[in-house]
Design a protein around this ligand. Sequence first.
Ligand SMILES: NC(=O)c1ccc[n+]([C@@H]2O[C@H](COP(=O)([O-])OP(=O)(O)OC[C@H]3O[C@@H](n4cnc5c(N)ncnc54)[C@H](OP(=O)(O)O)[C@@H]3O)[C@@H](O)[C@H]2O)c1
Length: 353
Amino acid sequence: MSYNILITGASGYLGGTLLARLATVKERFPAYGNLYALVRTEAQAESVKQYGAKPLTFDTRNGAEVRDNVVNLDIAVVYFLIDASNSEVQVNFIEALGEVGRRSGRAVHLLHTTGAKVFSSHTGAPTDRPLLDNDPELYKIQKSQRSPYTRMQEAINANNTIVEEAEKHGVRSYIFAPCIVYGEGEGFGNKISIQTVAIVKAARALQRVYKVDQGEPSWPVCHILDNTTLYLQLLCRILAGDDVPHGKNGYYLASSGSIVWDELYTAMAAALAKRNVVGDAAVVPALGNEDSQILERMGAALGCPKEFVPLQLGGKCTLTAVHGKEIGWRPEFPPEHILEAADAEVELILKNL
Ligand SMILES: NC(=O)c1ccc[n+]([C@@H]2O[C@H](COP(=O)([O-])OP(=O)(O)OC[C@H]3O[C@@H](n4cnc5c(N)ncnc54)[C@H](OP(=O)(O)O)[C@@H]3O)[C@@H](O)[C@H]2O)c1
């Protein structure tokens, strides 16, 4: 029997690209039933139809509405790509999926999109060694993590709650961690990412690229298409009925490797200087700078208090992708590609901001 699938975040950067690419690989995929896409407007509802998806609109915070849709439509796979910082909505989906599973006797699946930040120096994760995404202790590590940022602690708790609630309801959960994702989104909605956009926004406001960390911390990176092929590889294996590692062993980082932030700042500063967005291509430390207002001004540009600026475009993350490769995923773009692509990334961002 083929699975019905629900993709959320269809108008977003990650979800839009996923939906667009899924349509192109459908013929090579194990058969699936109905493909649904969660949308919030009439225009979005029209747009998702081009990918063979049936639009659904309901309030995800309302458990009864979620249940009505998931159970009545016999949805067995939910991909959640909306909000990494909370688990309230995902628990609604888990409860509904649990009911579908009990009724049908089939495996049911929830994929939650978190972020690499939840496994980084910002969130009390180990950074003194590579933190493998297939480490059998990862769930325990997440349980012990403490973040100075309330919102990030909520994101850690969200991952833990999803794993626990899914286990309780007989749902297979997958915690999918995108990192610094770059490249043009292929969906009908948002075409640009998050961290590279933050670098451009801050640089544009201050007319200079500032680095926010001491030392040379690194962070995993991933081209949008590689990020998407990991979503798809997981889906392909799920649809094939394979027992893909899940629950307390179900963490997946989409990344081909890491780069040092300074290298990314430098490559983006050159592209920004070329377009006269910044005065020159220098990368200057924000900390210890005579002008103590710098972080505050960067925060104003990013819409956050100055304490949150390093969270947007800095920090150290040693999360390392192993799990995806174990299930057959092969990233195409090496980590250095983000540096080669920095000029195009800046162009894309400036066009879309
Ligand atoms: N992009 C990255 O590099 C990256 C890296 C790590 C983690 N993540 C995480 O991955 C998730 C998706 O990221 P993204 O870059 O794709 O974000 P995005 O482009 O902003 O897309 C967010 C999507 O969620 C939808 N949405 C928001 N609130 C909703 C609600 N209440 N009900 C239904 N749909 C809702 C949006 O719909 P509308 O268009 O209607 O607003 C949009 O489709 C986020 O949690 C993000 O933090 C992203």
